[in-house]
Design a protein around this ligand. Structure first.
Ligand SMILES: Cc1cc2nc3c(=O)[nH]c(=O)nc-3n(C[C@H](O)[C@H](O)[C@H](O)COP(=O)(O)OP(=O)(O)OC[C@H]3O[C@@H](n4cnc5c(N)ncnc54)[C@H](O)[C@@H]3O)c2cc1C
Length: 452
């Protein structure tokens, strides 16, 4: 642990991934961190819990990482949990088409030059190498264009690759999902070669990988963690936040204290006047079947032409995800169970069997809708109040609302705190210096700030 730096307390509200990422960076830089969370536990939308009815632990959703998610991997390095992820050595994506019964494994080669599209056995069946090149149209698409307008929806490649990838990564249907954001995802993953596309999942569960080690790290670094601490209001003057009002009582801020609000968009918009945030959301439905997968089953399977989209094989559970789930969100749990169990048996080649115990989880507001209009509503980390910063997957990260996006937002807010302090210290040093050297130093500082 580095020596504590005398530079005010950083109050972080919300212990989801964004708040935790900010807290881990700042505490490891020696800042005094206080983390407040409304719930009795950390993790927000990315956590595991024991489901008493099912009799086992389940994850709040199936969160797939890719080896190119360098911010998430950096976070896991910082909390010592990088080794809790498992996945194949190479980028391999098993798919099953429920309408034809066909199975294939998408296998991009490791390097950046995508020669895999020239090998029939590595690419999607019934596609040609030239079909893949047409995705370059996304790069030149108008800011307001959606994926379904830019890519030709009639071909096999669209139905079997671009659509499932876009829906999973952006949690939006192809007629709503921003083509620019999809391009960004493709650049960060397939664009960097198969080495950046190795699928990774937690060995045990989301909390064991992303949350528990972060809390242990924060405790070790001396951060104060407050659970069941719901922020109700902020006292704001024209320039700064002066008081945080929690259910349990007010917290007065000293002159050098800073606040990072890492609460979800609707909560933040209620706390901060006139803040523009995304206002439309997209649902995700998950079905967790308490049963074992057949031996040698893959970690996950992408399903085409069915209601289930991705099925994950976890300890004691087969777990199904349906993103952008507006079309099924109002179906009864009974209907969802039987449809998704049928798809799971087909996807994992399970012989006809009675349905195991199942938990259906409907998240109506799983993420904000990644449409071109909603992207324009994402706020930046910096606010007009000099000691107030924002973090969260909905902020302007340039990424979709994902683990990677949430961690990126937390890192950005932490960087803003650290660079503000650096500037303040430079200014103080500058004031303390004799005039001639101060002028030189000022120019040097300006240059360094520009380069940062
Ligand atoms: C079902 C589902 C499936 C998903 N699948 C994937 C996936 O496959 N891959 C992927 O990368 N991402 C996935 N995501 C998205 C990912 O989980 C989120 O983007 C990420 O967890 C958001 O983190 P966050 O910190 O921004 O927000 P949150 O996790 O929402 O954290 C905000 C925290 O603030 C707390 N809070 C709220 N109000 C207050 C208050 N007034 N005072 C104090 N605390 C407060 C909340 O309790 C919460 O802990 C999925 C999400 C869901 C819901």
């Amino acid at each position: 642990m580095k020596g504590r730096v005398a530079s005010g307390v950083v109050h972080i509200v919300g212990a989801g991934l964004a708040g935790l990422a900010a807290a881990v960076v700042l505490a490891s830089e020696g800042r005094e961190v206080r983390l407040y969370e409304a719930a009795g536990h950390a993790g927000g939308r990315c956590r595991s819990y024991f489901d008493a009815e099912l009799g086992c632990r389940i994850d709040n959703g199936n969160h797939l990482l890719l080896s190119g998610n360098y911010r998430a991997l950096n976070y896991l390095e910082r909390i010592g949990a990088r080794g809790t992820l498992i996945g194949p050595e190479d980028a391999v994506f098993p798919f099953f088409d429920a309408t034809t019964g066909q199975r294939w494994v998408l296998q991009p080669n490791r390097g950046r030059l995508p020669w895999w599209i020239l090998r029939q056995w590595r690419r999607v069946p019934q596609t040609r190498a030239t079909d893949y090149l047409k995705a370059l149209a996304l790069r030149r698409a108008a800011p307001g264009a959606v994926v379904g307008e830019v890519l030709d929806p009639r071909g096999a490649l669209f139905a079997r690759l671009w659509e499932p990838l876009a829906v999973a990564a952006l949690n939006a249907g192809v007629n709503q999902a921003s083509s620019r954001l999809f391009w960004r995802i493709l650049v960060e993953t397939l664009g960097r070669g198969g080495a950046a596309c190795r699928p990774l999942v937690p060995r045990t569960g989301l909390s064991e990988t992303f949350i528990d080690p972060a809390l242990e790290t924060l405790q070790r670094l001396g951060a104060a963690l407050h659970f069941s601490a719901r922020l109700r209001a902020l006292d704001l003057s024209a320039e700064r936040v002066s008081i945080l009002r929690f259910d349990g009582g007010p917290v007065e801020l000293a002159a050098e204290d800073r606040v990072i609000l890492a609460t979800p968009a609707p909560v933040t918009a209620r706390l901060v006047p006139d803040l523009v945030v995304p206002e439309r959301y997209s649902p995700i439905v998950n079905a967790h079947f308490h049963c074992a997968a057949p031996p040698h089953s893959p970690l996950f399977v992408g399903v085409i032409g069915a209601t289930a989209e991705w099925i994950f094989h976890k300890p004691q559970v087969l777990s199904v995800t349906v993103s952008a789930a507006d079309r099924i969100i109002d179906l009864s749990a009974e209907e969802l169970r039987s449809t998704l169990w049928r798809d799971t048996m087909a996807g994992y080649q399970i012989p006809a069997a009675p349905m195991p115990p199942v938990r259906i989880v409907k998240e109506r507001r799983a993420t904000f809708l990644a449409s071109p209009e909603q992207l324009l509503r994402r706020p930046r980390a910096v606010t007009r109040w000099q000691n107030l910063l924002l973090a969260g997957d909905y902020t302007e990260t340039g990424l979709p609302a994902t683990i990677e996006g949430a961690i990126c937002s937390g890192f950005t807010a932490a960087r803003c705190v650290l660079s503000h302090e650096l500037r303040r210290r430079e200014a103080m040093r500058h004031r303390a210096r004799p005039r001639a050297t101060a002028g030189v130093q000022h120019r040097r500082t300006q240059k360094a700030n520009l380069m940062r």
